[in-house]
Design a protein around this ligand. Sequence first.
Ligand code: SF4
Length: 594
Amino acid sequence: MPAQEIVQTDYEVEIQARIDAERARLRAEAGLARMREFKKPVERTFTASERDYVTILFGGLTWKHEEMIKAVFHGSGYRCENIPTPVVADFQAGKEFGNNGQCNPTYFTVGNLVRYLQGLEQQGLTKQQIIDNYVFFTAGSCGPCRFGMYEAEYRFALKNSGFDAFRVLLFQQTDGIKAASGEPGLKFSVDFGMGMLNALNLGDVINELAYQVRPFEVKRGETDRVIQESVKKLTDTLRDRKRWHIKEAAPTWVKPLLAKHKKIEDIGCTLGKVTDNLYGKEYVNALHTCRDQINTIEVDRFRVKPVIKITGEFWAQTTEGDGNFNMFAFLEREGAQVLVEPIATWIAYMMYVAKEGAKARADAQATYKDVKWYEFHKRLTNELKLFKKTGGLSAGSAMWTYFYHRTIKHMGDTAHHLVPQKELSRLAHPFYHQLARGGEGYMEVGKNVYYTVNHLCHMVLALKPFGCMPSTQSDGVQSRVVNKFKDMIFLPIETSGEGEVNAHSRVQMALAEARAKARAEFDGVLHQTGKNLEDLREYVEGHPELKRALYKVPHCEGIAGTAAQFVSHVSDLMNNDKAWRRSRVQLSVSRAAA
Ligand code: SF4
């Protein structure tokens, strides 16, 4: 019946219209009515012609790393400044101008940039001059944690603080592996890339040496002074070293050949530059000069100090300021020896995770599925496809480790080698899956187990930023880890802009336990040697090389403390030193005769 159908249709149309109206009302009420797909704002690029007057800003690492990086920028012809270490006022500015509900490093770093720009304004620059003459250079990522939001957060806070068109250059976390940047003003030449590699490695090694030597220095303040001088020497070299070029270095008879074959010239030039950056006399001599400078510091390794291994989130465990409650300085004041984490570990981690991820996806992405064992061609095709993805990462990872360890070797060979990622992931795996990415991933758990079972520290202190998603995840797991390893002293500290007193007091309590552990270990080792401390000290007085900062004390399995290691080593030296033993016998005889 057509009439009835028409009535029904009208009725349905009416209902649909009302539903649509109600939906529109609810969406408007929820603020969704204006929702549009997000489009990244088009930003003015940083062009090569601007290099002469635009200053690149960056920050977020230790002052040692930053000085090295700055030197490489300067040496490559860029204007560059590092932003000072973030303080609580930066955190507050980050909260004021940024979004709510971010993690702690976001507030600190975003606020840090905004306040730096405000400082420039107070010095007399107009907003437009700042926007035209400065750009910010930072790492970025597509996630999975809030790191993926950093770029957007910077832009949002800059907009809210009146620096709307200020440029943020992104060095993608994943692009970092490929060493690529889309910004034409920032050109990744071989010299620049190799310089950055050296800068990061040197920053890491010299940072560790500072924490390794300072607690035992005899003259207070000497380590800081020498480290300052060494950093100056290294940065001068990174900035001013003569850039190698095949056109100058090649013998005269080769030059016409190079002029004819551009490709050969390019390959030769790249290889020569890589070699010169790593093995060049000027560079290696600078490392040796610093090593010798640091080695002049006199130390007293008999001081019993608990070794505190720092782990946690990347930024919180690296910064040396309010961002982690100035934790390293606090620990040293409390009589501890701090074992810091190099940035190199994080880079090794990224490469490892990229490789393992590719392996895990291999079956799903294989060209041929369900291949039988006798289908060699198909298997080979699949294997080659995987190798294309993982081969470069394996080679990159091996080279990265080699270059890092080489830097350690030239700087006295006392800093710690990188812990293999495979080992960290294996140790963490029963508790934390290696492909659960974000932040430090499995590393927090892996390091905790590694440093405990290998007796490399007395306590693990994990610095976890407030609001950090991956750290919260691994924190949940750590309680199970601690239950399994009964002698583990593990303390997670949540860092935020406030609560320093509370955090320090929690650390103090755990430190008391670590101190007792270090003391018991020292007494046990001393007892085992059968010698008294005075004799050991006397021996060291007679052998001044044992008081040098970079004297390499061989590692003794099962002992974590520097003093206990040293006692064991000096005792071994005394046992094997016939001249010393003879002199002791003579002394006892003459004492008896007297
Ligand atoms: S790891 Fe944690 S603190 Fe770091 S960016 Fe991600 S969520 Fe923030």
